[in-house]
Design a protein around this ligand. Structure first.
Ligand SMILES: *[C@@H]1O[C@H](CO)[C@@H](O)[C@H](O)[C@H]1NC(C)=O
Ligand SMILES: *[C@@H]1O[C@H](CO)[C@@H](O)[C@H](O)[C@H]1NC(C)=O
Ligand SMILES: *[C@@H]1O[C@H](CO)[C@@H](O)[C@H](O)[C@H]1NC(C)=O
Ligand SMILES: *[C@@H]1O[C@H](CO)[C@@H](O)[C@H](O)[C@H]1NC(C)=O
Ligand SMILES: *[C@@H]1O[C@H](CO)[C@@H](O)[C@H](O)[C@H]1NC(C)=O
Ligand SMILES: *[C@@H]1O[C@H](CO)[C@@H](O)[C@H](O)[C@H]1NC(C)=O
Ligand SMILES: CC(=O)N[C@H]1CO[C@H](CO)[C@@H](O)[C@@H]1O
Length: 263
């Protein structure tokens, strides 16, 4: 879990212990209420209060912040260089009492490239082949779904167990039998990172389409029959030519032999 740096602690403690039992006389708001960011992004955060004349207000947390604009009832900050999941506290002091609001910040690494591999790339109908989809360095993994497609038909959904703080490579592998029908079949893979539960959107990325060439075993046996028939015919032709030649020679020899005796 993220740990607030030392500057944040007094504020948090103050907020917890300064006014036990008393109801809130003013409210503190932070906008946005959820923040999901890429490590390189910077974000504006508006920290505001209903207190008309707050004595003190600010933002605490282990992030780099710049004050962009300021009014008595709100402060606008720019947050940058957030590399890990963390949180910040927005606080205001009004008539000696302090209130704060927490903003959770989730860092995500989107699927930047999705690669699909078919192994092998050509196969006979009914034989097994492997589809493998790979996405490097994604976070949070538990919000990622890899979907394998055959044309437009969904073959497989793969989800992942999360829990790690660092981005991880994700793979989905499927062994299936080569489909019949067409000679060419297209396969693709979609990576979807659903950040809605963190207050973000949905990020989708699709791999290049990979083509599988499928051979009908029928075609192979037809080919064998054709080759056999042609070979037999060729053999018969060559044999008959040879026989004709041999018998022709024999016959001519007998005739010339007879003439010889007559002369
Ligand atoms: C910050 O929030 C307050 C209260 O909602 C609003 O009045 C003010 O205009 C906001 N400031 C900016 C710069 O958005
Ligand atoms: C970003 O934060 C890291 C530590 O989290 C620090 O080492 C680095 O210098 C910071 N970079 C910028 C541009 O602020
Ligand atoms: C922020 O995270 C903490 C701990 O995970 C949780 O208890 C709290 O409800 C979250 N706050 C908001 C505003 O989502
Ligand atoms: C995203 O992951 C969080 C845990 O980090 C989980 O609570 C939430 O249900 C997941 N949302 C989706 C849409 O998968
Ligand atoms: C797919 O088949 C290969 C061997 O051909 C095997 O090593 C692998 O574990 C199989 N994968 C799945 C997901 O069944
Ligand atoms: C497969 O994709 C190629 C282009 O990548 C396309 O020309 C072909 O029509 C597709 N075939 C099928 C069966 O969808
Ligand atoms: C908390 C945090 O990330 N602080 C960083 C703010 O930016 C400076 C450089 O501009 C870093 O040195 C800090 O570590």
């Amino acid at each position: 879990m993220p740990i607030l740096d030392c500057r944040g602690l007094p504020v948090a403690l103050l907020a917890l212990f300064c006014c036990p039992g008393s109801g809130k006389e003013f409210e503190v708001y932070i906008w946005p209420e959820n923040l999901v960011v890429e490590p390189s992004e910077s974000w504006e955060v508006n920290c505001s209060t209903t207190c008309l004349q707050p004595q003190k207000g600010g933002l605490e947390g282990p992030v780099n912040k710049t004050l962009l604009d300021k009014q008595p009832q709100w402060n606008l900050f720019l947050l940058s260089n957030i590399s890990q999941d963390t949180y910040i506290l927005c606080y205001f002091t009004c008539s000696g009492k302090q209130e704060h609001k927490r903003l959770n910040i989730s860092v995500y690494h989107p699927p930047k490239e999705v690669t699909l591999k078919l192994q092998p790339t050509w196969v006979t109908v009914g034989r097994l082949f492997t589809i493998e989809c790979r996405v490097p360095a994604v976070k949070p993994l538990e919000n990622l779904t890899l979907t394998l497609f055959h044309g437009k038909e969904i073959l497989h959904h793969q989800t992942f167990a999360g829990g790690t703080l660092d981005p991880q490579e994700a793979t989905a592998t499927l062994n299936i039998t080569a489909p019949s029908g067409d000679k060419h079949h297209n396969f693709s893979c979609q990576a979807e990172l659903d950040l809605r539960s963190h207050g973000g959107g949905i990020i989708r990325r699709v791999s290049e389409t990979k083509m599988l060439e499928v051979y009908e075993p029928m075609q192979d046996s037809q080919m064998i029959i054709i080759v056999t028939v042609v070979s037999v015919l060729l053999f018969l032709f060559v044999t008959s030519v040879l026989l004709c030649f041999v018998f022709g020679q024999h016959w001519r020899q007998r005739r010339t032999g007879t003439y010889g005796v007559q002369a």
